[in-house]
Write a protein that binds this ligand. Structure first.
Ligand SMILES: [Zn+2]
Length: 475
């Protein structure tokens, strides 16, 4: 009986294959080959984690090709359910195997499968149908249970959602507080990456006990459940049985901010200098960027548009920081703070802004379809743009409080400033001032004393921000 056997292994997520790796399947099949006295001539494998997706299986195709070509004349697999996912696959397999002299199939778990006699084939078909029915039924049952739970407002998930206890219903106070704080930060224009880092620093872990990154945090913040809303298959289906952690408009505002296409969710390398892309060139008004210079080695700010200026970044930063700290230390600095909780208001502004963006898109579509003419398009977009500018200004005013909170109300703002990381410092600079960098003057500045730096503070203009669209552009 010296058959030349091909081993077929497949990893899939279905019940019988759960957790059983292909190496283990192959080892078991080789052991079986030895017992049967068969020689293993080929091993074909598919990684097929979605068993019923109908995804092509190159390993399985190769197995059939081997059988048709006579390379192998017997098949070994771990279980019959490794071989076939669908009745049509079984029929093809039977057609290949029943050709005389016939190709035997042996399984580790279920012994030999008889596909060479009509009664054996019938059994195989019925087993396949039963297995299929069971799987389909199981999926349907889970789906029905989830829908029922979702529409009844109960929680049907399996992983503990951040902010709630394992029952999915009881609010976990510290995490809920962290969620509210993070939502406020998003509305204030802080990047997800920065918020994630601060959560890590504060020792707050994800519900799985891990550290935060911007993707995980974005996913958690977008959850309708945070607003006490129940979801079924991606759709909000109504109020849930668990309490909300965020007011619904706050949550909607957070989602609107995160989904805002103008918000750069992945800004690449974060800036390493305080004023890079923040300060403006005094000649042309374009943003300045930082560049490393080799001789002498230092980082300079240059104009991003042309070679208008070249100023040592360290000195310019030190000067601007001194101005900011001086402003923060003034007795009236606290007036810069707005009433602490304006998150709901900010959320409403973001929601309105998102709606206006939608109307702009709609106008563009109508124009594209010749439903409106160019004049109507221009008129419509101008009106929307005016409203959006107004919203941007209001947002800038509202977010000012969050950016400055914890700094201007501290006993020693300069000390707090020293402990802030760069992105927060940049946010504060952008909130309070506009910085314009002029080209350096030649030689020593007037009034220069021996021992002093050449740096002339008059070539760096630090002006208080007038609340307007410019502020939000930097948030
Ligand atoms: Zn310039």
């Amino acid at each position: 009986m010296g058959h030349r056997a091909a081993i077929y292994t497949r990893i899939s997520a279905d019940r019988t294959g759960a957790g059983l790796g292909v190496d283990r399947q192959e080892a078991d099949c080789r052991e079986l080959a030895e017992r049967l006295g068969w020689e293993v001539v080929a091993v074909h494998t598919d990684n097929d984690l979605s068993a019923y997706s109908g995804k092509p299986r190159p390993g399985y195709r190769a197995l059939l090709a081997d059988l048709r070509a006579g390379v192998a004349d017997a098949v070994l697999c771990w279980h019959t359910d490794r071989l076939h996912r669908h009745p049509s696959e079984l029929e093809e397999y039977i057609a290949v195997c029943e050709r005389p002299p016939g190709i035997p199939t042996q399984t580790v778990k279920a012994g030999p499968i008889d596909l060479l006699t009509p009664s054996g084939q019938m059994v195989a078909r019925q087993l396949g149908a039963v297995a299929r029915y069971e799987v389909a039924h199981q999926i349907e049952r889970q789906r029905a249970a989830r829908l029922q739970a979702a529409t009844a407002g109960r929680w049907a998930g399996n992983k503990r959602p951040f902010g709630y206890a394992a029952d999915g219903v009881t609010v976990q106070p510290e995490e809920a507080e962290a969620l509210r704080w993070a939502a406020g930060q998003v509305l204030a224009g802080t990047s997800l990456r920065q918020i994630a880092r601060e959560l890590d620093t504060r020792g707050i872990r994800t519900s799985a006990g891990g550290s935060w990154d911007s993707r995980t945090l974005g996913r958690v913040l977008r959850r309708p459940r945070n607003a006490g809303l129940s979801v079924y298959r991606g759709q909000v289906v109504g109020p849930a049985a668990w309490p909300a952690i965020l007011p619904e408009d706050t949550w909607r505002g957070v989602v609107a901010v995160l989904d805002d296409p103008t918000r750069r969710s992945n800004p690449g390398r974060p800036p390493r200098w305080l004023l890079a892309n923040l300060a403006r060139c005094g000649v042309c008004g374009q943003p300045v960027v930082s560049k490393s210079r080799a001789h002498p080695p230092m980082v300079i700010y240059t104009c991003s548009a042309a070679s208008h200026l070249s100023r040592p970044a360290q000195q310019v930063d030190a000067f601007v920081e001194a101005v900011i700290c001086e402003r923060l230390a003034r007795p009236d600095a606290r007036d810069l703070l707005l009433p602490p909780d304006r998150t709901a208001e900010v959320a409403a502004l973001h929601t309105r802004d998102a709606a206006l963006r939608g109307r702009l898109d709609e106008l563009g579509r109508l124009y594209g379809e010749d439903a409106i003419d160019a004049a109507q398009l221009a008129q419509g977009t101008a009106a929307i743009r005016r409203q959006r500018e107004q919203i941007t200004a209001e947002l800038a005013a509202a977010s000012r409080g969050s950016v400055l909170a914890g700094v201007v109300d501290a006993p020693d703002p300069a000390q707090v400033w020293a402990g802030l990381d760069l992105s927060r410092r940049r946010a504060i600079v952008a909130t309070l001032v506009t910085v314009t960098i002029l080209p350096a003057r030649r030689g020593r500045r007037p009034g220069w004393q021996p021992g002093e730096a050449y740096f002339d503070p008059r070539t760096v203009q630090v002006a208080p921000v007038e609340l307007g669209p410019d502020v939000a552009r930097w948030s």
